[in-house]
Design a protein around this ligand. Structure first.
Ligand code: FES
Length: 249
């Protein structure tokens, strides 16, 4: 099948960007969107043109590296699927596929389709870990975690940190991402000791770099890990809970 690829090209963070148009005449329906870019890069390399810079790693929906906007939608038109899992068959023969970097003030473009998503790492560094000395690992059946709590914690732990939620949000908010991390750790026993301190520091870091939430819900629609919108509500619940606690833990 034939597809027209419009691809954002930008030589560096301070350079001016522009869309370049290329044609792929031998795409197959089962090609992933990243394989379309691979195909394009082979052609560019044959013509001694710099390949399009984009990120990928696992290419099976696990790592969250492949963040890119496709026809204005984070990851592409299929709901809750990362770009590496979306395919050329979503487009008709001759259609235009426009690849652009994730758009958010907190995600400056580094080159072409690659953006700097380390703002999300800084939210994790602010408290998205468990630092208490928990001793040796207890027997699994001594941990008092209900099946329901374990399932809900796993739902929130599924976040792959791709940043699609931020790009989908008109405000560039990271509420879904941060809420998923807070909810996950609040539901399991070893995450509870630092719960209030974690909420204060992660929310402060989030607000320092990312926009406010208007509760539009685009974040959850774009999320390839299907993080529920209740993660957004977790932010205020954990923030209020932390404010009501006098101890700094
Ligand atoms: S490359 Fe890992 S999720 Fe897409």
């Amino acid at each position: 099948m034939r597809l027209i690829l419009e691809v954002w090209r930008q030589d560096g963070p301070a350079a001016e960007g522009r869309f370049e148009t290329h044609e792929i005449t031998d795409a197959t329906p089962e090609m992933s969107l990243l394989e379309l870019l691979d195909r394009l890069n082979h052609e560019l390399a044959d013509r001694d043109i710099d390949p399009v810079a984009f990120e990928s790693d696992c290419r099976e929906g696990i790592c969250g590296t492949c963040g890119v906007d496709v026809n204005g939608v984070p990851h592409g038109s299929e709901d809750n699927v990362p770009a590496c899992g979306q395919h050329a068959r979503s487009f008709s023969d001759g259609q235009t596929v426009r690849f652009a970097p994730f758009r958010a003030k907190a995600f400056p473009v580094l080159r072409d389709l690659i953006v700097d998503r380390t703002g999300l790492d800084r939210i994790i560094q602010a408290g998205g870990t468990v630092a208490v000395d928990a001793g040796t690992a207890p027997d699994a059946d001594t941990l008092q975690v209900t099946h329901d709590a374990a399932e809900r914690a796993l739902d929130f732990a599924a976040c792959i940190g791709c940043g699609a939620c931020v790009s989908a949000c008109p405000n560039g908010a990271a509420y879904l991402f941060t809420g998923a991390k807070l909810a996950h750790l609040a539901l399991i026993p070893h995450g509870r000791q630092e719960r209030a301190k974690r909420a204060r520091s992660m929310v402060a870091q989030m607000e320092h770099e990312f926009g406010p939430c208007s509760q539009i819900g685009e974040c959850a629609l774009a999320c390839p890990a299907e993080i529920p919108l209740t993660a957004v509500a977790t932010i205020n619940r954990e923030r209020i809970r932390a404010a009501l606690r006098r101890k700094a833990n």
